[in-house]
Design a protein around this ligand. Structure first.
Ligand code: SAM
Length: 249
């Protein structure tokens, strides 16, 4: 999977995404993460890419043309790798914006199906609307708060999507049993020693009885979701037996 990140701060994105699990996946060529510096496409000698908004208002706005040229550089690279029949297909471009649809695990699963994704990071007061209209296919927010730039949101999205690319996690099962799968939160987990600060690991986990362990994990997930995210539990399909058990628990 190939990520292109259009940003004014490529070093911020690169250093964050070339470490740990994602960094290893890049070295193993399961992912490529290419940053494109929008400032390289500035058309004045000061390399400035922002200007005052028409009609006044606080702060500066990123101009349309450098953003468009940075996008074209990424799109051209994508086109050059595509088979001829798909060359006209526009690449998916995500603009990170507090005004976008809220990011979720489900959205990450859908985006992980793409071969190429372009992320556009805004800064200052945002970006000239005309270039957004022309190139952006999805506007995504990482939550109802305002950050100084789209770099952290882009990193959050790339990290989340990358974990879903086959081979990125050592054990692909771990992505399947995590929080938000089937609208449940993950069960509590324990490692050695068996007793720590007087707290024992639940007996069933030491029993070696696979079926009982699976049942315990599922029940713990259900209880935890009811306690912490009852909104999720409403969307979860529980068996009749589980519903009856939950009523009594
Ligand atoms: N003036 C804009 C508004 O009120 O909608 C906010 C601009 S914000 C200060 C600068 C940039 O940070 C945005 O263009 C966007 O790329 C990014 N950003 C800020 N908050 C975000 C969020 N919650 N999710 C995604 N991107 C965000």
């Amino acid at each position: 999977m190939n990520f292109y990140i259009l940003t004014l701060f490529p070093e911020m994105v690169s250093s964050g995404l070339h470490t740990s699990i994602i960094g290893r996946a890049v070295s193993r060529e399961l992912l490529s993460i290419r940053t494109i510096n929008i400032r390289d496409y500035a058309f004045n000698r000061h390399q400035s890419v922002d200007d005052y908004p028409y009609g006044g208002g606080a702060g500066m706005l990123m101009q349309a043309e450098p953003v468009y040229l940075a996008y074209e550089a990424a799109a051209e690279e994508i086109r050059s790798r595509r088979p001829e029949a798909e060359m006209e297909k526009k690449p998916r471009v995500v603009y990170l914006s507090p005004q976008g649809k809220t990011f979720s695990q489900r959205m990450a699963e859908e985006l992980a199906e793409e071969e190429d994704l372009i992320f556009l990071c805004g800064h200052y007061e945002g970006i000239d609307e005309r270039v957004l209209e022309e190139i952006v296919t999805d506007q995504v927010s990482i939550g109802d708060y305002v950050l100084t730039g789209g770099e952290l949101p882009a990193m959050v999205m790339v990290d989340t999507i990358s974990r879903l690319v086959p081979g990125v996690l050592h054990n692909d099962i771990s992505a399947e049993s995590e929080s938000f799968q089937e609208n449940l939160l993950e069960y509590p987990q324990y490692s050695r020693p068996e007793v720590w600060h007087g707290k024992r690991v639940p007996e069933v986990l030491l029993s070696g009885h696979h079926a009982n362990i699976q049942k315990w994990k599922r029940q713990q997930s259900i209880l935890r979701t009811r306690e912490r995210r009852p909104d999720l539990l409403e969307q979860c399909s529980l068996t009749e037996e589980e519903r009856a058990w939950l009523k009594k628990s």
